[in-house]
Design a binder for this molecule. Sequence first.
Ligand code: FAD
Length: 131
Amino acid sequence: MGGGLVGAEAAVGFHHEGKECTIVEMKPAIVEDVNSFYRGGLMPEVEKATACYVNTKVKAVVPEGVLCEKDGEDLLLEADTVVCALGLKAPYEKVDALAELVDECYIIGDCGKVGKIYDAMNTGYYAAVRV
Ligand SMILES: Cc1cc2nc3c(=O)[nH]c(=O)nc-3n(C[C@H](O)[C@H](O)[C@H](O)COP(=O)(O)OP(=O)(O)OC[C@H]3O[C@@H](n4cnc5c(N)ncnc54)[C@H](O)[C@@H]3O)c2cc1C
């Protein structure tokens, strides 16, 4: 479940272990939000490794596999193992509670906004400049 970077790379890895994989992604494309250079290298591997269902939304995990919705219709994708790669969210409440304990606080990296290493380095750099 989830055709972002984590789900797509995981599927390629599972394929190399001999497993049969299917990716379910609600957006119109797999790994839509990575840079085109990396995506260009990854996508041929994804296409070899896994069946891809885009514009397909997970509704529930059921005993037979994953129940989805595609074009307004229910679709059951049978599976014996389901991997959840539906993304991460910054823990804003915890971060805010900790930030309130100090006079000066810089929120950087994934606890501000979940992103890539570049974003964590970037926000870290600018926080360091301001300290
Ligand atoms: C599976 C996966 C693959 C990824 N692949 C890539 C990739 O290929 N390229 C890329 O650019 N980015 C990738 N990312 C994203 C990248 O990992 C993050 O952008 C980066 O790690 C963010 O850095 P950070 O320091 O903000 O958070 P983290 O690296 O998550 O560091 C936060 C640290 O804080 C610790 N921590 C949390 N709560 C507490 C607490 N209460 N007390 C003490 N310590 C605590 C955690 O244990 C963790 O070690 C990937 C992410 C995942 C999940």
